[in-house]
Design a protein around this ligand. Structure first.
Ligand code: ARG
Length: 461
């Protein structure tokens, strides 16, 4: 059988088993990195020319050839070959076919081990920036919704039991804070992504007089990685990226869960726009919050992506091992999933209609009990005692199947002589919410301050 030509075929006397080709290839998915691989190669070739490691004319031919290949790839005219293993060798082989043996000079002073990390870092850098932009849009949608809902009061739940009344805007601002931290995490990670691995060779550095600063500048990296072993072995930048994705998904999943519950007939707190929901093939009455359910479900995938890469690196001997090829698909999956989930959530927030009456009905009643206890505290009764007195009031009303708002001053006085006419103010959910005027609290003035803060931060004022 004729031996198929591999770029690394020199020392081999028989062709690769087709099973092995199929099992070891990565081009079917790492072709996603093609444009970044070419960017890295162009910077490397220019540097080789500048430093006289290869003739300048050769470097120019290489750059021209690479740019043509990039166009072919972008226009989907490029033929990917699995037998060429990965994106790097597909492109290098195409270059040699295009410009002849000069193309073979590109790989001087470089290894796929530093090449692949460079391309992947360029990709993750761009996707990180995309995610930052999408998170900003989500934040804007939450801020807008908060502005619309300052005057809606709803129950906050602890243990999924009605706890205390809050302004609905307070809820949206809580998620604005969470997604802002998610965005900051992505921003902070750029510092580490912006360190150039190229120029580290296979593991120990390069025996040509290369100029890594030049390459870093060409590619927009702020620093050069200081240790070649670290640069080729480490994948913590990937784990950090996936952790950031996983944390962000956890927040998306949690807000999804709230909205799914609120959208149920039993709660009836919100209505989702028709265009963002789906019907049931069998039950005509249903309008399902599938986007939210899928965000919640897909959170599991992204956690899986993170755990996959953590597990891949855990037992690896230090330096490059082929196992590391498995770092790609989890990242592609996480990028696709998180991108879609943020876009979906932004649409949901924009289209969400709160049902004020339902929320306010539920915000009253026993959710006001803490305030009644605090009232007694202000009148000099120790908190534990006040808590006990209000507990008695609650059980008295529960027995009679009555809401807290229905209680009269006379009845209250039977439980404690400290109750006076001003206690009746407490039976308004607005007053109760506005009493929580500590910094970070749900009082209207505090909520409005936070809205102003975010308008300034998001440059919307
Ligand atoms: N496709 C490989 C990967 O993704 C590229 C690096 C291959 N290096 C090697 N020495 N075989 O990890």
């Amino acid at each position: 059988m004729e031996k198929k030509e591999k770029l690394w075929g020199g020392r081999f006397s028989e062709s690769t088993d087709s099973f092995v080709e199929e099992f070891t290839e990565s081009v079917s998915f790492d072709k996603n990195l093609a444009v970044y691989d070419i960017l890295g190669s162009i910077a490397h070739a220019k540097m080789l020319g500048e430093k006289g490691i290869i003739p300048k004319e050769d470097a120019e031919k290489i750059v021209k050839g690479l740019n043509q290949i990039k166009e072919e790839i972008l226009q989907d005219r490029f033929e990917w070959k699995k037998e060429l293993e990965d994106v790097h060798m597909n492109i290098e082989k195409a270059l040699i076919e295009k410009i002849g043996s000069i193309g073979g000079k590109l790989h001087t002073g470089r290894s796929r081990n530093d090449q692949v990390v460079t391309a992947f870092k360029l990709y993750i850098k761009e996707e990180t920036q995309n995610l930052i932009n999408l998170l900003t849009q989500l934040k804007v949608s939450l801020l807008n919704k908060a502005q619309e809902t300052v005057d809606i009061v709803m129950p906050a739940y602890t243990h999924l039991q009605r706890a205390q009344p809050i302004r609905l805007a307070h809820y949206f601002l809580a998620y604005l804070e969470m997604f802002n931290r998610d965005k900051e995490r992505f921003q902070d990670s750029l510092k580490r992504i912006n360190q150039l691995p190229l120029g580290s060779g296979a593991v120990a550095g390069v025996d040509f007089p290369i100029d890594r600063e030049f390459v870093a500048k060409e590619l927009g990296f702020n620093e050069v990685m200081r240790n070649s072993l670290d640069a080729t072995a480490s994948r913590d930048y990937i784990i950090e990226f996936l952790s950031n994705c996983a944390i962000c998904m956890s927040n998306l999943s949690r807000i999804s869960e709230d909205l799914i519950i609120w959208n149920s007939t039993e709660f009836g707190f919100v209505e989702l726009p028709d265009k963002l929901t789906t019907g049931s093939s069998i039950m005509p009455q249903k309008k399902n919050p599938d986007v939210l359910e899928l965000i919640r479900g897909k959170t599991g995938r992204v956690y899986g992506d993170l755990v996959a890469v953590l597990t891949i690196v855990k037992g690896l001997p230090t330096a490059y091992n082929r196992d590391l090829q498995e770092d790609k698909e989890p990242v592609f999956d996480a990028v696709k999933t998180l991108t879609g989930s943020i876009i979906g959530m932004t649409k949901i927030i924009q289209g969400l209609k709160p049902i004020k009456e339902k929320m306010e009905q539920s915000a009253g009643g026993f959710a006001l009990a803490t305030d009644l206890a605090n009232y007694l505290v202000r009148k000099g009764i120790p908190f534990r005692e006040a808590h006990h007195i209000v507990g008695k009031i609650v059980s008295y009303l529960v027995e009679k199947d009555r809401e807290l708002e229905s209680i009269t001053l006379e009845e209250l006085k039977q439980f404690s002589p400290k109750f006076d006419t001003d206690v009746l103010n407490l039976l308004s959910i607005y007053n109760v919410a506005d009493a929580r005027s500590s910094f970070g609290g749900t009082a209207k003035e505090r909520v409005l301050e936070q809205i102003e803060f975010w308008k300034r931060r998001l440059n919307l004022s």
